[in-house]
Design a binder for this molecule. Structure first.
Ligand code: GDR
Length: 325
């Protein structure tokens, strides 16, 4: 029997890759689509899946629209990927971030509890919940200490998911995903900002690379690998929480070197440190331990950072060469 999935945040990086994965598995896929003035569909076009998706109009902050989306699509599986996902913006829009990334999750869980209690639910939680370093590496038992309004809102989303699982027996799982990137990454995130800059500098379209704290370290994986883990979580008999990461951490500085050297460039020749790009509070180091996902889900990352950066730089070179600017 054909399974049906509802994805919030379907136009984002993870939403696009997950929609493709589910379509390839034969799912009927609905996306919750908020009205926006700018074009948000480019990723779905790039993956060639725009015409294969069904859309329901709605927004996570509007509980009535979330209920309507659940009732209309009657999903077997719901993936809640919709969020204000840029950490930097969360200091300028803390309330919107709290409403979408925090209360939006409750809207979704309430819709499931009341109208579709058999549906399985995936919550997009994040390594930003760990924040201030309290352990050499982070796993499902590491205490949380978020360092941004984004991290705080996501922590609420995480705990309300756990709470609805424990209170009402919902099949609700939370994936604590560390940074995950791809050629479909938004330009505001540091990896894509760097690969786009490297390509522009190579083509003579840009002169410098302007960054904030390049000593921060992140555990970066490939988004295409990470959406498989989301799906695997919802195929388990019991809902649970899982850390999804590579187990390798790299500084922003070293990530720049990898990206620029792929085009035979030295990033240091172009780097400008801009104090305005530093965050009011920083997460210095993230390093995940994905052992539980490996043991219980049979999940392992397939792409390392060098392969990932090369793939992203190549995609940006292609885009810029084709663009008529
Ligand atoms: P992050 O990703 O905040 O970890 O959250 P981001 O790529 O924005 O920042 C990573 C690190 O790079 C430092 N940095 C810069 N970051 C940006 N964006 N722009 C810069 O110019 C710059 N210079 C240095 C940052 O300070 C930070 O330390 C991502 C998001 O996808 C979240 O939604 C997700 O939950 C987590 O990953 C896991």
């Amino acid at each position: 029997m054909t399974k049906t999935a509802l994805i919030t945040g379907v136009t984002g990086q993870d939403g696009a890759y997950l929609a493709k994965l589910l379509l390839d598995k034969g799912y009927k896929v609905y996306g919750l689509l908020a009205r926006r003035s700018s074009d948000t569909l480019w990723r779905l076009r790039e993956l060639g899946i725009l015409e294969k998706l069904q859309f329901v109009e709605g927004d996570l902050v509007d509980a009535t629209s979330v209920i309507r989306a659940v009732c209309q699509s009657r999903p077997d599986e719901i993936y809640n990927l919709g969020a204000q996902s840029f950490v930097g913006t969360s200091w300028n829009q803390p309330v919107v971030t709290g409403m979408v990334d925090g209360l939006g999750v409750t809207h979704m869980l309430e819709a499931i509890r009341q109208f579709s209690p058999e549906a399985r639910f995936y919550q997009a939680s994040t390594s930003e919940m760990f924040g201030l370093i309290q352990a050499e590496h982070q796993d499902e038992n590491t205490p949380f200490y978020p360092r941004s309004p984004y991290g705080v809102a996501k922590l609420y989303g995480h705990w309300i998911t756990v709470n609805y699982r424990e209170s009402f027996g919902l099949h609700a799982s939370s994936g604590i995903l560390f940074n995950h990137e791809s050629p479909l990454r938004g330009i505001e995130f540091v990896t894509r900002k760097v690969t786009d800059a490297a390509a522009r500098i190579k083509l003579g379209k840009q002169q410098e690379l302007r960054l904030g704290n390049i000593d921060a370290k992140r555990d970066w994986g490939f988004a295409g690998d990470y959406v498989e883990a989301m799906w695997l979580m919802l195929q388990q008999e019991r809902a649970d929480d899982y850390v999804i990461a590579t187990g390798v951490t790299t500084s922003v500085r070293e990530m720049c070197r990898i990206a620029f050297s792929h085009l035979d460039l030295n990033y240091e020749d172009y780097l400008v440190i801009d104090p305005q790009l530093f965050r009011p509070a920083e997460v210095d180091v993230l390093l995940g331990n994905p052992a539980k996902a490996h043991d219980k889900l049979g999940w392992k990352p397939r792409t390392n950072l060098v392969q990932l950066m090369q793939q992203m730089v190549d995609a940006d070179m292609r885009r810029l060469t084709l663009a008529k600017e």
